[in-house]
Design a protein around this ligand. Structure first.
Ligand code: NAD
Length: 317
């Protein structure tokens, strides 16, 4: 009998990694989940806890602890190992520590013969995703960062709450850096096809005084709103990552704003940026180029510039 199992590896079994594994397991997304952490006892503890779920789920997913040499047959490797920002630190402040951790992970994974798709969650995610692409030598479609996928979910929540609709009926993308410089191309935001600008015009009593710039700021700051209250964030990004993994493993061609290497799209080159991407079994298969206004494009380019500057810095560590 030939088997065609789907295997997802989670590297880093902290709050984000274990939540991602839990979400994968409860949604029955893949056949196998392999957990890897520098702290082997932590990885084993998570594995034992996760295995206890299977009896009451719809699917018998195999969950086990492994090492980098067991990564050769993985379809997707999710990297969540890293140093989460402490109070007062920006995501970019964690760059040096994350660079060192990333180097120690990617080399042994590539030595295992891995030729699947890397999904990077570790911050600063755009820069680490680019670093992994360089370190691994894999084609750009095989190295993806979660980018602004989580920010876009937050943005859609805020818009939906304003106009009292399901956030999944809102088409809106936050783009650029997963960080303070991200931007929203408001001219392309629609609700079930109706431009958001028309909704503002037609519903002055509901959204007439909405301040779009502060909505973008609120989106960028939402992580801190959570962190200031509970110390860190994990459920949102874990579920976001599983959305991306489903799109890849199930060959969905779903468009999600993730971080990918731009090669001329939006007039940008050699920078990993959050943009709408078609996701399927090949990974990041295509970039959707939204038509932006001149002002929106300027903002996008400013955000790309921030990422590019830090990407150059990571090479120095
Ligand atoms: P955590 O401290 O709970 O877990 C990190 C885990 O990584 C720990 O279990 C640690 O032992 C492990 N680790 C450290 N060095 C390692 C190495 N060299 N090899 C293997 N494992 C190693 O942190 P967390 O809250 O899970 O956050 C993880 C990362 O995710 C951080 O970089 C954080 O900033 C990022 N994050 C990203 C987003 C996003 O939207 N992209 C959202 C939230 C968190």
């Amino acid at each position: 009998m030939t088997t065609n199992k789907s295997k997802v590896v989670i590297v880093g079994c902290g709050l984000v990694g274990s939540s991602t594994a839990f979400s994968l397991l409860t949604q029955g997304v893949c056949d196998e989940i392999m957990m890897v952490d520098i702290n082997q006892e932590k990885a084993l503890g998570e594995v034992l806890d996760l295995k206890d779920c299977v009896e009451y789920l719809n699917r018998n997913t195999k969950v086990y602890q492994g090492n980098y040499e067991d990564c050769g047959d993985a379809d997707i490797i999710v990297i969540t190992a890293g140093a989460p920002p402490r109070q007062g630190q920006s995501r970019l402040d964690t760059l040096e520590a994350s660079a060192k951790i990333t180097r120690s992970i990617v080399k042994p994974i590539m030595e295992s013969g891995f030729d699947g798709i890397f999904l990077i969650i570790s911050n600063p995610v755009d820069i680490i995703a680019h670093y992994v692409q360089i370190l691994s030598g894999l084609p750009k479609n095989q190295v993806i960062g979660t980018g602004t996928a989580l920010d876009s979910a937050r943005l859609k929540n805020f818009i939906a709450e304003l106009i009292h609709v399901d956030p999944r009926s809102v088409y809106a993308f936050s783009m650029g850096e997963h960080g303070d410089s991200q931007m929203v191309p408001w001219s392309a935001v629609t609700v079930a096809g109706k431009p958001f600008y028309d909704i503002i015009r037609d519903n002055p009593e509901l959204v007439g005084d909405v301040d779009l710039d502060s909505l973008v700021m609120k989106t960028a700051q939402e992580g801190w709103e959570i962190l200031n209250r509970k110390g860190t964030t994990y459920y949102g990004v874990a579920t976001t990552a599983v959305g991306v993994i489903k799109a890849i493993l199930h060959n969905e061609n779903r468009i999600i704003p993730v971080s990918t290497l731009l090669e001329g799209e939006y007039g940008e080159k050699d920078v990993y940026c959050g943009v709408p991407v078609v996701l399927n079994r090949t990974g990041a298969s295509d970039v959707l180029e939204i038509h932006m206004t001149g002002q929106e494009l300027t903002r996008f380019k400013e955000s790309a510039k921030v990422i590019r500057e830090y990407t150059h810095k990571i090479m120095e560590f």
